[in-house]
Design a protein around this ligand. Structure first.
Ligand code: IPD
Length: 265
């Protein structure tokens, strides 16, 4: 069978919507923390796991031979096609009932992301993108803001969970904040990248997000005209991800380089 990016997107969107409905139906008023990961603030709830299990089961029903990389379940299977799953991006928001958390699903074919969906469940917003086909919010085609200089740019960022990393991030932020319009810390990298695609922020940078946090949102942003990458021409990675329209991307990049934002305390 030869699936196109649009076929993958259709399946990914169906699954992300079903996981979102399950999460809305089952989210208790005060979800309980089940375990902590890299630090006491890096939490996982029972519903992170339930959401990933549902997503994995649905992928397997339609595409039993595909590989899956999930935040909670790790890497399983091998193959040309790989699904990158964050069952709840913005778990801390989910925990507190802040309406900005998302189910994020991307599909890679031969190592390249070809389809991505970010379902910002509490807002009922489903962002989609297929490689070469654009980025969409419902019926609206998205274009990121362009021509915004750094000093007028609204910049989204996020922080890691480990205290040493946070101390450095605060130092970097102290240099960035006086140079930009303002900073937003939304609490979900997937949602930040979709906000960028929709023109709700102008740029984004963060040290620390994992592939499942930005695989889908990164495609949404680039299909909306943004550039995504790391420092000094490297691809974006958990070391550092920068995203913005061309022009602002370079300005933000050049502001960050001397601050050595990839270091930890
Ligand atoms: C987190 C969110 C947050 C970002 C963190 C991520 P999670 O993902 O995307 O915005 O700042 O780096 O770990 O843990 O809620 O899936």
């Amino acid at each position: 069978t030869s699936w196109s990016a649009v076929d993958f997107l259709e399946l990914a969107e169906r699954i992300a919507r079903e996981a979102g409905e399950m999460l809305l139906a089952k989210r208790p008023a005060r979800p309980e923390v089940l375990a902590t990961k890299s630090s006491p603030t890096d939490v996982v709830t029972a519903l992170d796991r339930a959401s990933e299990e549902l997503i994995r089961a649905r992928i397997k029903e339609s595409r039993p031979d595909d590989a899956i990389l999930g935040e909670e379940g790790g890497a399983t299977g091998e193959g040309r096609v790989r699904w990158i799953v964050d069952p709840i991006d913005g778990t801390v928001n989910f925990l507190y009932g802040v309406p900005e958390w998302a189910v994020s699903i991307a599909v890679e074919a031969d190592g390249e992301v070809v389809a991505g969906v970010v379902n910002i469940v509490p807002r009922g917003e489903v962002f989609t993108a297929a490689r070469g086909e654009g980025a969409w919010l419902g019926g609206e085609r998205l274009r990121c803001n362009s021509g915004v200089p750094l000093e007028r740019a609204l910049i989204a960022t996020g922080f890691g969970y480990e205290p040493g990393r946070r101390a450095v991030q605060a130092e970097v932020l102290a240099h960035v904040l006086p140079r930009v319009r303002d900073i937003r810390r939304g609490g979900s990298a997937a949602s930040d990248l979709c906000a960028l695609a929709a023109g709700r922020v102008d740029g984004y940078y963060e040290r620390g997000p994992q592939y499942w946090d930005w695989a889908a949102g990164g495609l949404v942003a680039t299909e909306a005209g943004a550039r995504i990458g790391g420092l000094n021409g490297r691809p974006c990675s958990p070391e550092l991800t920068i995203c913005a329209a061309p022009g602002l991307f370079e300005e933000l990049h050049d502001l960050l380089v001397p601050l050595d934002p990839e270091r930890d305390a």
